[in-house]
Design a protein. Sequence first.
Length: 223
Amino acid sequence: MNRSIGISTLLAAFLGFLLPPVNAQVNLKAGYNISLVSDPGVNQVVETFNSSQSYISAFNKFSWMHGIELGFRFKADIHSLEISYQNAYQLLQAKDELMDGSGFYRDKIRLGIQSGAIGYQVTGDFFGIGTDLQYQWYTTKVDLESATEKFQYVQNMLALKCYMMFTLEGSGGIDASLQPYIVLPFDSYNLDPLSIYLNQEAGPVGKKWTRFGLSVLFYNGNK
């Protein structure tokens, strides 16, 4: 699916849902999220590449991601509609000595997920639940000292995010919200491009990057 078409579709759907609640309050949200993710295939590819190198400090395993979260909430009574952007990434680094002995270099593997989403939530004064439909684009980048060209691969897919909300009322019109969540992607991560670039055979088979995480968000505006 083309990224611009996917985002346009989500925005159009959101605006369609938004039109009826004309008395909705508008809140800005911003915060940070961290999540756990496991893909044995990615770690197998990285470990195989580690074994072919003479790193002083090899690449670590891929096991977690973190990033920012931004958006708008349109709230009418206990019902809310949201439009959100979420970013999650992890940087894997390996260190070795330059061949001329003049210093050190770092090889880097960047694994990232960006998503645009529309969502619905039901909230009380303290507790609430919600769900988002996300359009995701996965970005994998590799920068190796020994390579003549950098590697970049982008994969798009849809995902469903479900979460709980625990709201802590603050002063000055700003509330804090703790949101434990799970993200369920509709497709598996395609590991072949990364595996082939690191001079290995295609595969192993990728898996869905299901993520269990926590967002810490701040909502600003009338409630």
